[in-house]
Design a protein around this ligand. Structure first.
Ligand SMILES: Cc1cc2nc3c(=O)[nH]c(=O)nc-3n(C[C@H](O)[C@H](O)[C@H](O)COP(=O)(O)OP(=O)(O)OC[C@H]3O[C@@H](n4cnc5c(N)ncnc54)[C@H](O)[C@@H]3O)c2cc1C
Length: 381
């Protein structure tokens, strides 16, 4: 079904993102897996292409696109290359900048946004802690006021871009008596005494992304690094999670659609019993089901993209798009592996990596269970 949310400006932009993928990313695919990271020069190249700054206003070095459909185009094209790189770029460009743009002081915007836009300053967000990620309001990392400074103690885990981040938005507890209303955000900067990182975590998939534990031991930050009002951290996160979740839905769908396209080609070439495996009725019907699932999912995700571009996407609709697309992505990729037979289990095949890479999408940025909890609550249950 033709998609109708993009116009020619978006498609022209898509062509430039594709060009970036082919020129800069694809030749480095194996290197990114081996190094478990995206090299600095790739970040800088992405910055030069204007891919990191769509949400950053022009006066701070960004593209100031103010149209989420451009963000979605980047997410779709990078996800078609691989899921991990899309997640790192997504955290850096779509998830973190809105916090600084919306909550930052003029001085903070000038200090941080130009470097984020250019790729010189890589940014991460630390919400999840070893003791739990689903129940964000229960986070334990503390920030205690001491004169004009705050002293941060605690740790975060599973943080995307965490190993190489220059800036980390850290959710802390500033008032132990106030639950969700006692959470405040700070920006911790690379090199601050007491801020250290563990190793790059060894994941089941998405090797290309750096995912790390972060430790804060008496890290002193000035009040000028507080992001937004004291006690407003939880609400600030809840307000910005829909963009993270619709971005996840865009990526999930694009990633699965790309691998399904590659799989269909494979089933036309691979033969068994003297005929292409895709022509066996079982497989033909299976592929018909998978294509239908992707297209129907795409239609809902497109509605969410269009709604978000107009500022009308609700957190509940973002939650629906996120869990559903994650489930469909995992179901589709599992069938794709089956269609590849033994090759589908070999790491050198994209389908195998994609299958492993997809597993986390039902867990991160709010698990499928938490998404259903939000939807259920909205139904008055
Ligand atoms: C590769 C990767 C990258 C990540 N990147 C980041 C990042 O950049 N920043 C960041 O802050 N976090 C990040 N995360 C963390 C991620 O968001 C959390 O893993 C996720 O929110 C789940 O938290 P948890 O792992 O502590 O699981 P838990 O909260 O311990 O949950 C365990 C299980 O219990 C279920 N559960 C919990 N509560 C309920 C409930 N009320 N009803 C039903 N089931 C429930 C969950 O769905 C899950 O299945 C990342 C995680 C991974 C794996």
């Amino acid at each position: 079904m033709p998609r109708n949310i993009y116009d020619e400006d978006h498609e022209a932009f898509r062509a430039s993102v594709r060009e970036f993928v082919e020129r800069t990313l694809r030749p480095r695919a194996e290197e990114m897996i081996a190094e478990k990271t995206i090299s600095r020069d790739i970040w800088l190249d992405a910055g030069k292409q204007g891919l990191l700054s769509l949400d950053i206003p022009e006066e701070y070095g960004g593209a100031g696109a103010d149209d989420y459909r451009f963000n979605a185009v980047v997410a779709e094209e990078i996800s078609a290359f691989n899921a991990a790189t899309a997640s790192c770029f997504g955290i850096h460009s779509d998830v973190c900048p809105p916090y600084i743009v919306d909550l930052g002081t003029e001085e903070q915007k000038q200090r941080w946004l130009p470097g984020i836009a250019s790729g010189e300053k890589i940014i991460a967000i630390g919400m999840t802690e070893p003791s739990g990620g689903s129940d964000l309001a229960a986070l334990k990392t503390t920030a205690v006021k001491d004169g004009d400074e705050w002293v941060i103690n605690g740790s975060k885990t599973f943080i995307t871009n965490g190993y190489q981040a220059d800036l980390v938005i850290v959710a802390t507890r500033t008032d132990p008596t106030k639950g969700a209303k006692g959470i405040t955000l700070f920006v911790v900067e690379d090199g601050m005494p007491g801020f250290t990182r563990g190793r790059k975590l060894d994941k089941v998939g998405q090797e290309e992304s750096d995912t790390a534990e972060l430790f804060f031991e008496n890290v002193r930050v000035s009040d000028e690094n507080r992001l937004g009002p004291e006690g407003m951290g939880f609400i600030s996160m809840m307000q910005r999670l829909p963009q993270e979740r619709v971005g996840a839905a865009v990526s999930n769908t694009a990633h699965a659609a790309q691998i399904l396209t590659e799989t269909i080609e494979y089933t036309k070439e691979r033969k068994a019993f003297g005929q292409p495996i895709g022509t066996f009725q079982h497989n033909k019907f299976k592929i018909a089901e998978l294509v239908t699932k992707i297209e129907v999912t795409q239609a809902y995700v497109d509605d969410c993209i269009a709604a978000h571009a107009k500022g009308e996407l609700t957190p509940v609709d973002a939650a629906k798009a996120k869990w559903w697309s994650a489930q469909v992505q995992n179901d589709v990729l599992d069938e794709c592996v089956q269609l590849y037979g033994g090759y589908g289990f070999m790491n050198e095949y994209r389908v195998a990596r994609a299958w492993r890479d997809a597993r986390v999408t039902k867990i991160w940025a709010g698990s499928n269970e938490i998404m259903k909890e939000l939807i259920g609550r909205d139904l008055g249950l």
